[in-house]
Design a binder for this molecule. Structure first.
Ligand code: SF4
Length: 185
């Protein structure tokens, strides 16, 4: 068993990125709640986990109430800080990795600007101290979008331009992929 579990909590996603990793992953072992607690770190992913944001909040609360002391991270491409659950998730996780995909809409830009502004405000009051925020941007968009309200110093711990994958999506050596069906729990 590896130290970190990358936990697919739903395969649903409002996007349809060409060559989505989930097309390559094959059969992912399904686990129950107790299995989650055996890992040192959990990375919540999908699909798009924030399509079921309230359930993600419940899941994290349940994990913490079970005495779990490991880190919990979230991978998402859509976080809407005008929704209660999304704001709550920001408070509960140790960090997020937010991916801005090539096929985007004006709404995606608006959501990311709002999220950036929200993190900036909370940082001023110390509300999100010790959390880590990483922004991954499809590098084809580097010059297409005005990033001035997004790439704000002191907000994102890391902003990285990504080359979109044309092949499979290997996991880091210390991670394993599991499926926890949060929609049915
Ligand atoms: S956002 Fe992620 S899960 Fe959804 S289609 Fe794109 S790569 Fe796949």
């Amino acid at each position: 068993m590896k130290d970190t579990a990358r936990v697919i909590v739903t395969y649903d996603c409002p996007r349809s990125c060409p060559n989505c990793c989930n097309e390559h992953i094959g059969n992912v072992p399904a686990v129950n709640f107790e299995d989650l607690l055996k890992y040192k770190e959990l990375v919540i992913t999908g699909g798009e986990p924030m399509m079921i944001g309230a359930r993600v909040v419940e899941m994290i609360h349940r994990i913490r109430q079970s005495g779990y002391a490991g880190k919990i991270w979230l991978y998402t491409a859509e976080l809407n800080v005008q929704r209660w659950a999304d704001k709550m998730v920001l408070q509960e996780v140790d960090g997020i990795t937010y991916t801005f995909h090539y096929e985007y809409s004006q709404r995606d830009i608006t959501l990311l600007k709002r999220l950036t502004g929200h993190i900036k405000e909370l940082n001023k009051t110390g509300g999100l101290n010790s959390r880590s925020f990483r922004l991954l941007i499809d590098r084809r968009l580097e010059k297409e979008i005005d990033w001035k309200d997004i790439k704000i110093p002191g907000v994102w711990d890391e902003v990285r331009l990504l080359k979109w994958k044309d092949d499979e999506c290997p996991l880091p050596d210390n991670e394993e992929l599991i499926y926890y069906d949060l929609e049915r729990e």
